[in-house]
Design a protein. Structure first.
Length: 146
């Protein structure tokens, strides 16, 4: 387990677009023009791995990751959702939940890979944060967490 003695950008967030949070985690929209359906599910306390959590915490994280996926599918109608949990660059437990479209810049490659084309996102790929937040609240309430 890591300590908070090292600088961590997820422990000290700056200008985050928080769509939902509770005492354990928060869901933010990543400000990325090329990927308007890019969410991050971030554990509030500084831990590096899923195995640092107790079983209840692990279940809570995965329930919210699945709710974020469901919200993006409902709100944006993407072609695919990508889920990733790395922590190589920022060793603070967080999940990337990314709506993907066949016409996005990197599809079918990961968004961190080499670009495949100029992006041409479909109509409806960009929604106001309030719409994403409402879709997320509905998804979370369906799993009995709200």
């Amino acid at each position: 387990m890591l300590t908070t003695s090292h600088y961590c950008p997820l422990c000290k967030p700056d200008n985050e677009i928080v769509l939902w949070q509770d005492s354990y985690l928060r869901v933010i929209r990543v400000a990325d023009e090329e990927y308007p359906g890019y969410l991050r599910v971030i554990w509030q306390s500084h831990v590096a791995e899923m195995s640092d959590l107790d079983p209840q915490g692990r279940l809570h994280v995965m329930n919210v990751v699945m709710a974020a996926e469901e919200a993006l599918r409902d709100c944006l109608r993407p072609d695919k959702i990508n889920l990733a949990c790395f922590g190589n660059m920022v060793p603070h437990l967080h999940w990337h939940v990314i709506a993907r479209f066949r016409t996005d810049r990197h599809f079918p490659q990961p968004i961190w890979g080499a670009p495949q084309r100029e992006a041409r996102l479909p109509i409806g790929a960009r929604k106001p944060d309030a719409d994403l937040a409402e879709s997320l609240r509905r998804a979370i309430s369906r799993i009995g967490m709200a």
